[in-house]
Ligand binder design. Sequence first.
Ligand SMILES: Cc1cc2nc3c(=O)[nH]c(=O)nc-3n(C[C@H](O)[C@H](O)[C@H](O)COP(=O)(O)O)c2cc1C
Length: 307
Amino acid sequence: MKGRPDLSVKVAGVRFSNPVLVASGTFGYGEEYNALIDLSKLGGIITKSVTLKPREGNPPPRTVETPAGMLNAIGLTNVGVDRFIKQKLPFLRRLNTRTIVNVAGSTVDDYLKVVKRLNRCKGIDMLEINISCPNVKEGGLAFGARPESAYECIKQIRDHTSYPVIAKLSPNVTDIVQVACAAEEAGADAVSLINTLVGMAIDVEERKPVLANITGGLSGPAIKPVALAMVWKVAGAVRLPVIGIGGIFNVQDALEFILAGACMIQIGCANFVDPQTTVKIVDGLNRYLKERKIKRITDLVGGLRTG
Ligand SMILES: Cc1cc2nc3c(=O)[nH]c(=O)nc-3n(C[C@H](O)[C@H](O)[C@H](O)COP(=O)(O)O)c2cc1C
């Protein structure tokens, strides 16, 4: 095949140069990784969740390693929307990649206040609405846990912004498909899944939980099969673009999510292990398509053969 394959994807009218995004909370506000990777090679950057007021987060210890991943109970530490706009957004605006701002809140009104401030800014391509953080009550799981409240939260946001809206879904529910359908009905432009799974670790000498928050959110290779099954189910049930997240560490993982129906993917805690993971996955996707003479990455989306 002559030339490079086409890795570009379009979601809600926004064109991304490739389908590889970084997951909220694992990449700061982008600037933190500037010296480590060429940020223009990313499809887009998703910021740490931004809340109305600055948050210090939970007391330490807030993270612990597990056999196939990590538990975190950071508690949405962030600078708050006003400082985000003043101090963090200008850097992101200058980059030659897409910027998705992740928004969290404890009430619908909180979300709306953040969204309304972001509406006045330049340099934001999309919003990702975190209705799925398991670690604080302000994290939105109160909304993401039930289809009715997910609908209400996303609908209100939809009615108050012209940015494309991604609803970020929680795996800590009985049926994630129902929540995805509610988000679609409410007017979301895409869904992303999954956020972390609730887990815990115990110190048997102390007979105490390892995390000060007692429970935390599990991420990494341990959650990949769970995430993959949820992405496949949701992709079969909604017409919206699906963005896959959960334990993606290499190009093989990325391809599995794409075949299951994800048109884009997010790399989370793999960024902590190797900051080059995203760039390696972009290169790997190029190589995979080229070797198989597949012209466009979009030709692979949902290409799983189940029959
Ligand atoms: C340390 C840490 C902080 C996170 N913070 C956020 C956050 O602020 N907002 C959010 O929507 N998700 C947050 N997440 C969840 C990730 O975006 C992602 O959904 C999850 O880690 C699963 O992907 P992974 O297995 O590739 O890490 C965080 C995850 C980690 C590990």
